[in-house]
Design a protein around this ligand. Structure first.
Ligand SMILES: NC(=O)c1ccc[n+]([C@@H]2O[C@H](COP(=O)([O-])OP(=O)(O)OC[C@H]3O[C@@H](n4cnc5c(N)ncnc54)[C@H](OP(=O)(O)O)[C@@H]3O)[C@@H](O)[C@H]2O)c1
Length: 317
């Protein structure tokens, strides 16, 4: 954890829970009692393993992920003080006349937060992230929205997602509070954030990460959160021919460390000195428990590199 995240939320766990899977099917406009039971079971399992930061977005299941979470909170209000609630705004889905788009306007940010607060049944969002960069962002509007949300107590802390470091610096220059989170897709499969670091002086256009985003986060005390951290199970039973070599290695290491394969995949992210916070996307209680075992181990330097080289499919330069 970065000291900033810990400073604001001293009891936050190293692993976080992503709630995009809550709220039933994307295509339905309702959820059922089974969906509610899944959410309750997942939340309970997380808390039993010290996973207490819950990551939402206004758009997940068109608001139903937040809604189902809010129902759980309403039924168990004592949970609120044990958890950190993070949500995001800024993505708008297509409607009749307009395609999907991003919106960092003052009116959309404040509207979205009001809706999230109502769905989540809470007085305050602990951390609000801007979901994806909006090229039409007017920084002064964002700053005004953040100031108002902070002053009113509706949002405690702020962060971003899917931003490169110039976007963060530009935004930060205009804000009266620190950006404490950047959430990016990072995993053993999406390992460009490591690979770009080997490429100084090498003609390589493989990197889709902004150069040195990891070091930028470390320098500025910004907590990196990894979405897609399980790579949707690619190395733990949901893979194909292209991932089979790494999956085999993951199983070997799982046996060596006496943990689950999922824990190896998660521990690979957590071994990095940036103290990356994996955001689990599974809603399966058994898989959450399997992932939580990552808290019990530290991969050796040799095993970390073995996994990296296997996943990137070629030796290091
Ligand atoms: N900031 C952003 O732009 C952004 C984008 C996407 C997601 N997120 C956040 O990050 C969280 C995690 O993202 P994610 O869901 O993409 O990541 P993930 O944790 O890599 O993937 C989770 C998905 O993979 C499935 N899965 C995992 N292991 C499996 C296996 N062995 N066999 C079959 N299926 C397996 C899970 O199914 P089960 O539920 O059945 O285990 C679940 O559907 C989300 O919940 C959300 O909070 C953020």
């Amino acid at each position: 954890m970065t000291s900033t995240l810990k400073q604001h939320f001293p009891t936050v766990g190293h692993i976080a829970m992503g709630c995009m899977g809550f709220g039933g099917d994307w295509n339905n406009n309702h959820y059922n009692t089974e969906d509610r039971a899944t959410a309750e079971r997942a939340i309970d399992t997380c808390l039993n393993h010290g996973i207490n930061l819950f990551d939402h977005a206004d758009i997940y299941k068109n608001g139903r992920a937040e809604q189902i979470f809010g129902e759980v909170l309403k039924n168990s209000p004592q949970l609120r003080e044990q958890i950190v609630i993070q949500t995001k705004c800024g993505i708008r889905f297509a409607d009749e006349n307009v395609p999907s788009r991003y919106d960092f306007s003052h009116s959309w940010i404040t509207h979205s937060v009001e809706q999230s607060l109502a769905r989540l049944n809470t007085e305050q969002i602990d951390i609000l992230l801007l979901h994806r960069p909006d090229p039409l962002m007017e920084v002064d509007e964002v700053a005004r929205a953040f100031d108002e949300l902070k002053q009113s107590g509706k949002v405690k802390c702020f962060g971003v997602s899917n931003m490169h470091h110039y976007q963060i610096d530009y935004l930060q220059r205009h804000l009266n509070m620190s950006i404490i989170i950047n959430q990016l897709e990072m995993s053993l499969a999406n390992n460009h954030w490591v690979n770009e670091g080997f490429n100084a002086g090498i003609n390589d256009d493989n990197s889709r990460f902004s150069p040195a985003i990891v070091e930028h986060s470390q320098l500025n005390n910004i907590q990196l959160q990894a979405w897609g951290c399980l790579a949707q199970g690619k190395f733990t039973g949901n893979g194909d021919q292209t991932t089979s070599h790494t999956s085999k290695l993951v199983i070997e290491l799982a046996n060596e460390y006496s943990v689950s394969p999922e824990a190896i995949v998660i521990a690979w992210l957590m071994r990095h000195p940036a103290k990356i916070q994996p955001v689990l996307g599974t809603t399966n209680a058994q898989r959450i428990t399997a992932c939580a075992q990552a808290n019990d181990i530290t991969l050796s330097r040799e095993h970390w590199y073995q996994l990296l080289v296997s996943a990137r499919g070629q030796a290091l330069p």
